[in-house]
Design a protein around this ligand. Structure first.
Ligand code: AP5
Ligand code: MG
Length: 194
């Protein structure tokens, strides 16, 4: 199974690339952000709870996030699925530990963590510009965008070390065009099956 984590700050292109990679390699796309936004759109209690954190650019509590994973993967895997691409998950060390346990139970470990390196000014520019047309409240003002980045650097960036210790971390340049970044990611993923 080709299980991949796409890692990087908000706005680094995880969602954009995960959509393309999922089609290219026949993967199940697991984006906790998309799952939460879907719950919010459906007005579920889980969505309403998540929204209070998301709108401020804070992380949703680990317990709530981890609970989502199991149900989503069970409900959406098909026999044709050749792996999972995680986008925006895990975001904390407890989430990473929970994911390792979950994948161990499935006998299907994470193979690689592909980290998209994009500098802060570029990601702020991308998110503010999307905020002009999307209805994502967390893209709507620079203060919230900067807060998401602060949360990323304090709570999520340390995970790079966690996966470096597991010898799974590969860092890539996330600037350049969407197609260029996609090519670089594909090269790394092809290496996995060599
Ligand atoms: P989530 O939905 O995961 O958002 P995010 O990671 O903060 O950031 P984005 O999704 O905006 O960035 P991305 O890296 O996917 O980039 P994208 O491809 O969209 O999380 C939202 C919130 O949910 C969190 O703040 C938190 O509250 C909660 N949450 C989610 N997961 C959680 C978890 N595990 N634990 C706790 N809480 C959680 O691209 C961004 C923009 O840039 C787009 O407009 C795109 O078109 C553009 N773009 C992409 N690539 C390029 C390129 N190469 N060149 C130019 N523009 C580009
Ligand atoms: Mg995203």
């Amino acid at each position: 199974m080709m299980n991949i984590i796409l890692f990087g700050p908000p706005g680094s292109g995880k969602g954009t690339q995960a959509q393309m990679l999922k089609d290219r390699f026949n993967l199940l796309h697991v984006s906790t952000g998309d799952i939460f936004r879907n719950e919010i759109a459906n007005g579920t209690p889980l969505g309403m709870e998540a929204k209070t954190f998301m709108d401020r650019g804070h992380l949703v509590p680990d317990e709530l996030t981890i609970r989502l994973l199991d149900g989503f993967v069970e409900a959406n895997s098909t026999p044709a699925t050749e792996g999972i691409i995680f986008d925006g998950f895990p975001r904390t060390v407890p989430q990473a530990i929970a994911l390792d346990e979950f994948m161990e139970k499935r006998n299907s470990p994470v193979m690689v963590v592909l980290s998209l390196m994009v500098d802060e000014e570029e990601v702020v520019k991308r998110l503010i510009s999307r905020g002009l047309t999307s209805n994502r409240i967390d893209d709507a003002n620079e203060e919230i965008v900067r807060n998401r980045l602060k949360v990323y650097y304090t709570q999520t960036a340390p995970l790079a070390e966690f996966y470096r210790n597991q010898k799974k971390l590969i860092s890539l340049n996330g600037k350049g065009t969407i197609e260029e970044v996609f090519e670089h990611l594909c090269v790394e993923i092809f290496k996995l099956s060599e």
